[in-house]
Ligand binder design. Structure first.
Ligand SMILES: Cc1cc2nc3c(=O)[nH]c(=O)nc-3n(C[C@H](O)[C@H](O)[C@H](O)COP(=O)(O)OP(=O)(O)OC[C@H]3O[C@@H](n4cnc5c(N)ncnc54)[C@H](O)[C@@H]3O)c2cc1C
Length: 396
């Protein structure tokens, strides 16, 4: 395991840091999940600056607007950018997952039409996979696509679609053949989110935000030319989308042991032995995770692909975040209810993150699903029971 940057990596880190320092303010600790009304516009502006500076998509080839850099450089960029108040949220799914899928499976016309505007922050994308009865088991989805001439007609419902309310395009996974096993009857399409028949209904969250949506399709027509991959190959296409999440190893999702220790010092709670014990546990877990990340980064640095052990990271950070914020809120007693950052700036970061943490334990694979992955693919334990794997979807 390498703990230090190579000379080339150190040089790239310095270049990235200089660019970020020129354009953004460093995080002040209270900016976590704080978003004003102008957030979307700020995100578009920052995306444009990043693209013009050559930092928008480090690993993409230069011919399509990327930097032609290595996955390790992307990790370094993520780490450095996360130290700054960078409004990146609206582009994370599109540029991280949807557009790479278009690049992998789309035609030359698709690449010419969609990649540039996405990189420059002019168009936003969403990922339409999950449905009310298909989340962890997304291959069990029911949204139908039926061929009609040169078009496909889509009917059904998606849910938890992050950013659908301001997205221009999406990638949508549909069922095109119910008479074969569930993984074999799926097909992926590019969908214009502004077209007739697409209805987006924002979901109001406990935090007060509206980050994700229900999306309904009523007789939505998609030309066959906007299909990604062959009919019935949608699962293979979806796996490419989901694999692209693996580079998201930089950054931190919210307050960690350091923030709660600082808070406890101010609040005079450091004398509490039970709290000190918890603090020690959080510190040990954070160090363990840091070393696991070094292992992933070492693999990337050597040009290798990180393995399924990467799933450990989200289980640790999401549970850790929930526990830390819960303890901070308990420490604040009745002030723990205040979520208005103007009235209680230090406290609000714990409340906001407390409400976000359960979502983090679900999004991109729940704790249980990630534990299954670790059990099966890292520890080699017997597979989960999958009774419907080889039976036609319509038999259930
Ligand atoms: C913040 C956030 C953003 C999201 N954004 C998007 C998005 O942009 N696009 C999109 O398509 N989806 C999105 N999702 C949806 C997300 O992918 C699903 O919520 C997730 O896959 C879980 O599916 P589910 O909610 O249907 O829960 P279920 O799959 O119904 O799970 C319910 C419970 O059963 C457990 N469980 C399920 N199967 C197993 C098993 N085999 N073994 C053990 N336990 C099991 C789960 O761990 C969980 O505790 C988002 C979710 C969140 C929270």
């Amino acid at each position: 395991m390498d703990f230090q940057d190579s000379p080339e990596e150190a040089e790239f880190r310095a270049e990235a840091n200089a660019f970020l320092s020129k354009h953004l303010q460093p995080k002040d600790g209270n900016s976590i999940r704080e978003r004003g009304d102008d957030y979307l516009q700020r995100a578009k502006d920052w995306q444009k600056v990043k693209a013009e500076g050559g930092f928008a998509q480090i690993t993409w080839p230069k011919e399509i607007g990327g930097r032609g850099g290595s996955p390790m450089q992307q990790v370094i960029w993520n780490q450095e950018e996360s130290q700054f108040d960078a409004p990146t949220g609206p582009f994370a799914i599109g540029l991280g997952m949807c557009v790479p899928t278009v690049i992998a499976f789309g035609s030359d016309e698709h690449k010419k039409r969609f990649v540039g505007p996405a990189l420059l922050g002019e168009e936003i994308w969403c990922q339409l996979f999950s449905e009310p009865s298909a989340g962890s088991d997304v291959a069990g989805l029911k949204t139908k696509a039926v061929k009609d001439g040169d078009d496909w007609v889509i009917n059904g419902q998606k849910v938890w679609t992050t950013g659908a309310q301001f997205s221009d395009y999406g990638i949508v996974l549909t069922r095109t053949d119910p008479d074969v096993p569930k993984h074999k009857g799926l097909t992926m399409f590019i969908i214009d989110m502004k077209q007739e028949g697409v209805e987006v209904r924002p979901i109001h969250q406990a935090s007060g935000g509206r980050e994700f949506n229900e999306v309904y399709f009523t007789d939505v027509r998609i030309p066959d030319s906007d299909r990604l991959g062959d009919p019935g190959m949608g699962w293979k296409v979806a796996l490419v989308t989901l694999m692209n999440e693996r580079l998201a190893v930089g950054g931190s999702p919210g307050p960690d042991w350091k923030e709660i220790m600082d808070y406890a010092r101010d609040a005079g709670s450091m004398g509490d032995a039970a709290f000190r014990q918890k603090l020690a546990d959080w510190y040990v877990a954070a160090q363990g995770y840091k070393l696991t990340k070094f292992r992933t980064q070492t693999a990337l640095s050597k040009g290798e692909t990180p393995g399924p052990e990467n799933s450990i990271g989200k289980i640790i950070t999401a549970n850790h975040l929930q526990d830390i914020c819960n303890s901070a809120i308990e420490m604040q007693d009745h002030y723990g209810l205040i979520t208005d950052k103007d009235k209680a700036p230090a406290e609000a970061i714990f409340q906001q993150s407390f409400m976000w943490a359960p979502g983090l334990r679900i999004a991109g694979g729940t704790d249980e699903i990630l534990k299954n992955i670790i059990a099966e693919r890292v520890l080699g334990l017997p597979q989960d029971v999958r009774v419907d794997k080889d039976k036609p979807f319509s038999a259930f």
